[in-house]
Design a binder for this molecule. Structure first.
Ligand code: PLP
Length: 346
């Protein structure tokens, strides 16, 4: 087989997977998983072999984030957007008023808040932002004491805005979308009611979403919540209520193993800090040639979004940048269509 073309893939997701995972293990095991004689693609989700795969994957998430026993780790389908509905379906009924607080710091949160409105009342806790370039000062938030939960996004993938702190929500149930920075740093899971992350941004390929949910929050789903989206049902069935995305779970397990073998979340944090600093330094020393509008303390270490030529961007220069990058086999650097410019996902 020819060696694959070497490119540097800066796509936000689905994204680069560690070569050692992809090339060595996936390829080696594709036709015959560990001598079982069949591929994971063909394997029953009720088989003991797959049971080990999904169990191992869950254990790795628990180990890498030091998840305590009072949390369930489940995997679901439907991606991040599926969770935009699953979160309110499972949790907005926690309190009688059926309302929830949303911290809207980027387009994913705006979408999540819109979805949640189908199931209850949504309170955006801060005045509407003119642009997504910072985390609004928590001192300015008006949390509703009757809210069933407070929902935020740890890293807004499109605009490159990242929380540099865990919000203090005065004991309310905290829900976090960590899709695009999951396992890029250690996190104190005990501060959260629910953490979810679509695997294809940081820890695998498309098809599987990790949900970590505190046990005492199970059992409050709205009557109309589909069973496949109900945390309690999935937890009670070890994520095997119906056929899960077996192969995507297996790939995620391999990536988690790779993270573990490479020093875990703390080591990923160091690497992401070094990598992102290299790029932000170039931006900051470019005397306005490269412009990143995000406030320094909220700059994402995962998705670096910037314009070239001026704050508004110069289309011709940006096209030239992308063309030259392609000549160097650097791909997927084009900014999100809503923001334009350049986005480097690390
Ligand atoms: C990509 C992304 C989503 C949506 O994920 P899908 O799996 O495409 O539904 C949600 N939240 C964040 C932060 C994302 O980066």
């Amino acid at each position: 087989m020819d060696a694959p073309k070497q490119v540097v893939n800066f796509g936000p997701g689905p994204t680069k997977l560690p070569r050692s995972v992809l090339l060595l293990e996936l390829q080696k095991e594709l036709l015959d998983y560990k001598g079982v004689g069949i591929s994971v693609l063909e394997m029953s989700h009720r088989s003991s072999d797959f049971g080990k795969i999904i169990g191992n994957t869950e254990n790795l998430v628990r180990e890498l984030l030091a998840v305590r026993d009072n949390y369930k780790g489940i995997v679901m389908q439907g991606g991040g957007c599926g969770q935009f509905a699953a979160v309110p379906l499972n949790l907005i009924g926690l309190k009688a008023g059926r309302c929830a607080d949303y911290v809207v710091t980027g387009s994913w949160l705006a979408k999540a808040a819109e979805e949640a409105k189908k199931f209850g009342t949504v309170n955006v806790v801060h005045p509407k932002l003119g642009s997504y370039t910072k985390i609004p000062d928590p001192g300015s938030w008006t949390l509703n004491p009757e809210a069933s939960y407070v929902y935020f996004c740890a890293n807004e993938t499109v605009h490159g805005v990242q929380f540099d702190f865990i919000p203090d929500v005065k004991g309310a149930v905290l829900v976090c979308d960590m899709s695009s920075n999951f396992l890029s740093k250690p996190v104190d899971v005990s501060k959260f009611g629910v953490i979810f992350a679509g695997a294809h941004k940081n820890v695998g390929c498309a098809g599987v979403t990790v949900v970590i949910v505190r046990e005492d929050l199970l059992g409050f789903a709205l009557r109309e919540c589909p069973s496949v989206l109900e945390y309690k049902v999935q937890a009670a069935n070890s994520s095997l209520y119906n056929t899960p995305p077996c192969f995507s779970i297996y790939v995620m397990g391999l990536v988690l193993e790779w993270i573990k073998n490479n020093g875990g979340a703390a080591s990923m944090e160091k690497l992401s800090s070094i990598k992102s600093k290299m790029i932000y330094d170039i931006i900051d020393k470019s005397q306005g040639f490269y412009v990143c509008p995000v406030e320094p303390q909220n700059r994402s270490r995962m998705n670096i979004s910037f314009r070239i030529g001026s704050a508004k961007g110069d289309d011709a220069l940006e096209k030239r940048f992308l063309d030259k990058a392609l000549e160097l086999s650097m791909i997927s650097l084009k900014g999100h269509r809503s923001v334009r410019g350049i986005r480097v996902s690390l």
